[in-house]
Design a protein around this ligand. Structure first.
Ligand code: SF4
Ligand code: SF4
Length: 269
């Protein structure tokens, strides 16, 4: 199968994979800072309004909140491995809680060694290959090193219009190394109305997803989280309320590309 067709096939698989299901995970953005700056990033790393971490929650507070809530957890960001207590958090969470880490894998050799020695082998790594982080070969070496040490690791990239060619070329290199590079559709293409940043519409928005920012506050969606608008409960102080959040929102059209993932219902008012 030619690369282009193969990529279409992979994207089709993604579309039919049931990306609307609520998975019950706490999605914790340990930090919104990142060591990359991708053109499709929602955290505004390339804008003048760059997000600063207003507060980072110390690892012990995250651990006690997560263990108390008892739900499985995804650590994401930004780049979650930049949190200074990253290893403490991984090693102190109740072993019955499943952990996934979303990372760009821009890791130094020392960091990889530490991860191999200290991280529980049950962690699932969801790594993203972003061409803004450099050529694929060093990334592939890091994946192979982690696989050699029996980590469960998935690799994906994004079919964004600015990087289609480089992603297609990289796909061949990953294949030669026996790594299945999953290519996800650019979500601004999948959900153009929601993310056009053209017109704002008033809607009733219901979302079943648990998004927690780096200061412990929950937000209904990523768009509101990166703008720090309408914070909900703080899971460090208040614990977690209902899985479902419903609001009258007058900013449909300015949703983040990933905001249409999870269980979402939008009704025009
Ligand atoms: S790696 Fe992720 S968080 Fe970092 S700049 Fe790229 S898209 Fe944004
Ligand atoms: S910005 Fe979009 S995703 Fe967020 S609450 Fe409004 S309609 Fe829902």
């Amino acid at each position: 199968m030619k690369i282009k067709n193969r990529i279409k096939h992979i994207i089709k698989k993604f579309r039919s994979k049931g990306y609307k299901r609520f998975d019950g995970y706490l999605r914790i953005y340990l930090t919104l800072e990142c060591n990359l700056c991708c053109p499709y990033c929602v955290n505004q790393c390339h804008s003048k309004k760059k997000i600063k971490n207003i507060a980072l929650i110390p690892g012990n507070k995250w651990v006690s909140a997560i263990n108390k809530i008892g739900k499985d957890v995804i650590f994401t960001g930004g780049e979650p491995t930049l949190h200074p207590d990253f290893f403490l958090i991984l090693s102190s969470i109740n072993p019955e809680i499943k952990i996934k880490v979303y990372t760009n894998l821009i890791w130094t050799e020392d960091f990889i060694k530490r991860f191999i020695n200290e991280a529980p082998k049950t962690i699932q790594l969801y790594t993203s290959y972003h061409p803004s982080g450099g050529k694929p070969e060093p990334f592939i070496d890091r994946v192979l090193e982690l696989k050699k040490h029996h980590f469960n690791i998935m690799v994906h990239s994004i079919n964004h219009k600015n990087q289609i060619e480089s992603v297609q070329k990289s796909w061949e290199l990953f294949k030669e190394s026996e790594i299945d590079l999953i290519i996800d559709e650019d979500q601004t293409v999948l959900f153009p109305d929601a993310c056009s940043q053209d017109q704002k519409k008033s809607v009733l928005c219901s979302k079943k997803i648990i998004l927690i920012s780096s200061d412990g506050y929950r937000y209904q969606c990523v768009s509101k989280m990166v703008r720090r608008k309408d914070p909900l409960e703080n899971i460090i102080q208040d614990g977690l309320k209902s899985d479902l959040v419903v609001s009258h929102c007058n900013e449909y059209g300015y949703c983040a590309p990933c905001d249409m993932l999870g269980e979402v219902t939008i009704k025009e008012k």
